[in-house]
Design a protein around this ligand. Structure first.
Ligand code: ACO
Length: 402
């Protein structure tokens, strides 16, 4: 029997795996994905059951501690999170250093990174209590920071959190309330947003989570690690796809233009891909996309805008692509981002807020994975190897002889 671990330890095995398509970098008991079946489990619970019956803060507890909470545990967790929803008052000045028109993701990368300057009493990664405080602070403050980034970008005053509201309702309040008017959270929107948060809460070793783990493997503090995750998430191949997808659907505009875009996506030289389509792991329906599609129908129906042209384009695009040999043979299905933008748009969020909402929802997954890694005594610094393809050894030439 080939002892891979022994060979590896002796340096005899070396794998070349660009993009880590078949390399596991860690053991984890948080999230399970079966890409062929299109199955996603958080701590063993199917995502569709959680989306139907649970709520985001309960899912946060589950991901962080491994079990669904009792009523008393939930009340205690909720109290701990709401206690930390405000940000340090000095952080308001920090925001004002950014250009007015900066993308909220750019602001978030900076502000979350700066949390280690404001909350350095929870940056000692070797202290389990400090790790716990940092986790709660991040889950509690990310919605506040995202909402502040939004308010700043539209030139409106920041809104303090309301701790008598649930997690999603509070976020809607911080984004849409203005001091001169009464703002009442629409429960339909709040429920739909909470579901979006649950669906995005964790997704095992995706690019941003792997970034968080890699940053954390050096002993970097949790705020720095989450800021690294946010920076990675921003890319259009990852979390930025929800913004890119809605922009694409709007650009298509009407169903008669879909064939033109399908043809572009199939042409490798066009550099164009169907945003919200395809996934590294799912080679079947993304189970989150199924829930998201139902949610889009429900929310737009309840809001009385079910004839929304973007939703019509999305459904027709999905139908045509799923009958097209190019997409079928490559097992390209709609992913979680395909319908989420339509719901967020109906709620009144500009496209620039789509990825920040993904970031605040994924924060619990990042922090649960980071905690799991730090607590693992076998954890090592992440250090990928390379295949060197550069020049062989050569001698330095003085500039006069080059
Ligand atoms: N549109 C058209 N063709 C596609 C698409 C797409 N969206 N996605 C993949 N393909 C094609 C590729 O051209 C390639 O074709 P080939 O085999 O003939 O060369 C084949 O499908 C496989 O594509 P890869 O890029 O090798 O797949 P990979 O697993 O590396 O990429 C990714 C996955 C990045 C998600 C890709 O499907 C993509 O770019 N999708 C669009 C962006 C997107 O929606 N991202 C969100 C992902 S979900 C998330 O982060 C929450």
């Amino acid at each position: 029997v080939l002892d891979i671990r022994k060979l590896y330890a002796e340096g005899d095995v070396f794998t070349f795996d660009p993009g880590f398509t078949s390399t596991a970098a860690c053991e984890s008991d948080i999230t399970y994905i079966d890409g062929d079946k299109g199955e996603l489990l958080y701590r063993g619970y199917p995502i569709d059951q959680l989306a139907e019956n649970s709520h985001h803060l309960e899912v946060c507890f589950l991901l962080l501690y491994g079990e669904l909470p009792t009523a008393a545990q939930m009340a205690d967790f909720e109290a701990r999170v709401t206690k930390h929803t405000m940000v340090h008052e000095q952080m308001h000045y920090f925001f004002r250093g950014f250009r007015r028109d900066s993308h909220p993701m750019a602001t978030m990368v900076g502000v979350v990174g700066a949390m280690s300057a404001f909350y350095h009493d929870s940056t000692d990664v070797n202290d389990p209590w400090q790790r716990e405080v940092a986790a709660i602070r991040l889950i509690a403050k990310l919605p506040t920071i995202a909402a502040m980034a939004f308010k700043y970008s539209v030139g409106q005053p920041f809104q303090y959190p309301r701790n008598n509201l649930d997690y999603a309702s509070n976020f809607l309040h911080m984004c849409f309330a203005v001091p001169c008017e009464e703002y009442v959270v629409n429960p339909i929107l709040s429920k739909a947003l909470d579901r979006i948060m649950m669906l995005h809460a964790d997704h095992e070793q995706n690019a941003s989570t792997s970034t968080v783990r890699l940053a954390g493997s050096s002993g970097a503090n949790p705020f720095a690690c989450i800021a690294a995750g946010i920076a990675c998430l921003w890319g259009p191949a990852h979390g930025g796809a929800n913004q890119a997808c809605l922009e694409m659907l709007r650009e298509i505009g009407t169903v008669d233009r879909i064939p033109e875009y399908i043809a572009r996506a199939k042409d490798k030289n066009s550099g164009f891909r169907l945003m919200g389509f395809g996934h590294r792991v799912y080679k079947n329906f993304d189970p989150r996309a199924k829930v998201m599609k139902e949610s889009a129908d429900e929310v737009l129906g309840l809001l009385g805008i079910e004839n929304n042209p973007t939703l019509q384009v999305a459904k027709e695009l999905e139908r045509i692509a799923l009958e097209d040999e190019f997409f079928v043979s490559r097992k390209l299905y709609p992913n979680v981002d395909f319908y989420s933008g339509i719901i967020l748009d109906a709620m009144g969020f500009p496209t620039s807020m789509f990825t920040p909402i993904f970031a605040l929802s994924r924060t619990v997954g990042w922090i649960a994975q980071w905690k799991e890694m730090i607590a693992d005594p076998t954890q090592k610094i992440g250090r990928p190897r390379q295949l060197y393809i550069g020049a062989p050894r050569r001698d330095y030439q003085d500039v006069r002889h080059r």
